[in-house]
Design a protein around this ligand. Structure first.
Ligand SMILES: [Cu+2]
Length: 449
């Protein structure tokens, strides 16, 4: 059987079932035939992406030790911070998949989907590889698409209102994304812990308007704007998260953190703290990056590290922005840390064209976008900003490096320095304007070189 259950059918059935409660004894069988998890899975059929939840190790930049919590004394060579996280295991065989235990990445894999056009449901299968450092925990995982407005509870991922994925099981989430924009996703099981431990990442919904080269030459848009105002040449995810060293140590040492003591030690952009934010992406297979950033994998299915940086093997996504004069650059900010961020792009005005996956337009169509150099992004919020790359000045301050450099950083001292007295760390990166020579972007956060 491969009959698809549409959202409308589901509501009709659920409503109908409710009406029959007082009536004939049809209800149990009726529910059994329509609402069992296995049958929805069966109805879902093939998947577009296959993710795994597991645990693993990442690396924060060297800084003074944080009590006895960090660097973590259980960390394998090259790493210092324990995480829970996701991996993209699409295309791996079953042996390779089980070999990805304790090889989670942070931030979680960047993926994107096309707006629903009536036919293109998006299916993401999730499996649970368990937590290798925590044999005492049998936590399930889910994939919750934060801010998504039209999800039926079954696929929402909030574990008390829908199902979750136990160790060793698979589940296919089915989406019909109707609202373009920048979202974030996370595991919703034990969510303070699983979110903070790293099961968080960015996801974009691409508008139906994409491909319309008469509105903007690239044919790439953030929203269905009808006038080309959200057209862009390059796009970059700016995903924000945090590491509280004590909580990560507690999870690797089978202790319980007290979340009311929360005090983040590291603030991250795309899973990295400055200056690692400037390190290139891990090698990307551009041709395979159809629905997700396809980080190159070795024969065992493990991630290939950025060149010369084995410590960043499980932090594949760069936060450096590269562009050429006159190009429109879309920055997709989202925040799943637990604190508000204050992101400033020094020397370039940004135009806020979307917030929380909503085009900046009033109900009467009025344009409510605005220019600023600073945005305040609360936990769970997203901002879409576009700036036009300024003329190449020949390098005031760039000392012959061949590009102009503009700093993009969090104005909050604790979140930009990580309180390391070297001044390094935190949510800081650069926008580099090259005079020319960059290739067109093939995937988000592609440097074009
Ligand atoms: Cu989880």
């Amino acid at each position: 059987m491969n009959k698809q259950i549409s959202r409308r059918d589901f509501l009709k059935i659920a409503g109908g079932a409710g009406l029959t409660v007082a009536g004939a004894g049809l209800l149990p069988q009726f529910l059994r035939k329509t609402l069992l998890a296995e049958q929805v899975v069966e109805a879902a059929g093939e998947f577009d992406l296959f993710f795994a939840g597991t645990d693993g190790w990442i690396s924060m930049p060297p800084s003074p030790a944080i009590g006895f919590y960090w660097p973590d004394d259980l960390a394998p060579a090259n790493f210092n911070t324990y995480i829970f996280g996701f991996r993209n295991i699409t295309g791996l065989n079953s042996t390779q998949i089980s070999d990805q235990k304790m090889k989670a990445q942070h931030s979680a894999p960047l993926f994107w989907v096309d707006q629903y056009d009536g036919t293109n449901e998006f299916r993401l299968q999730l499996t649970n590889l368990g937590l290798q450092m925590r044999p005492d925990l049998t936590d399930s995982h889910t994939l919750h698409w934060h801010g998504f407005r039209n999800v039926i509870p079954f696929f929402d991922g909030e574990p008390t209102g829908s199902i979750s994925v136990p160790v060793g099981r698979n589940f296919i989430y089915v989406f019909r994304p109707r609202d373009p924009g920048t979202y974030m996703y996370h595991c919703h099981v034990e969510d303070v812990e699983h979110v903070h431990m790293g099961m968080t990442g960015p996801v974009f919904v691409r508008p139906l308007q994409n491909g319309n080269t008469s509105l903007y030459p690239s044919g790439k848009f953030a929203y269905n704007d009808s006038d080309g105002s959200t057209g862009y040449d390059r796009e970059f995810a700016m995903f924000m998260s945090e590491v509280w060293a004590e909580a990560h140590w507690a999870d690797s040492h089978i202790q319980l953190p007290d979340w009311s003591d929360y005090k983040a030690d590291f603030s991250l952009l795309n899973g990295r703290a400055y200056p690692d934010t400037l390190v290139p992406n891990a090698p990307i297979n551009a041709a395979a990056s159809i629905n997700a950033l396809a980080v190159e994998r070795d024969a065992s299915g493990d991630l290939v590290a950025p060149d010369g940086r084995p410590d960043l093997q499980y932090q594949p996504l760069s936060a450096l922005v590269t562009c050429q004069p006159g190009e429109r650059v879309l920055l997709r900010f989202s925040n799943l840390g637990f604190r508000e961020t204050s992101m400033t792009l020094a020397g370039i005005q940004m135009r806020v064209i979307g917030r929380d996956a909503t085009l900046m337009r009033g109900r009467n169509g009025a344009n409510t976008s605005y220019e600023t150099d600073t945005i305040l992004v609360g936990p769970g919020e997203s901002f879409d900003v576009i700036f036009t790359a300024p003329a190449f000045s020949g390098g005031s301050g760039s000392s012959g490096q061949g590009y102009d450099s503009y700093v993009l950083y969090n104005r909050r001292l604790t979140q930009v320095s990580n309180l390391d007295d070297s001044g390094f760390g935190g949510q800081r990166t650069e926008v580099r304007v090259y005079p020319g020579g960059l290739a067109a972007q093939q995937y988000p956060n592609d440097w074009g070189m």
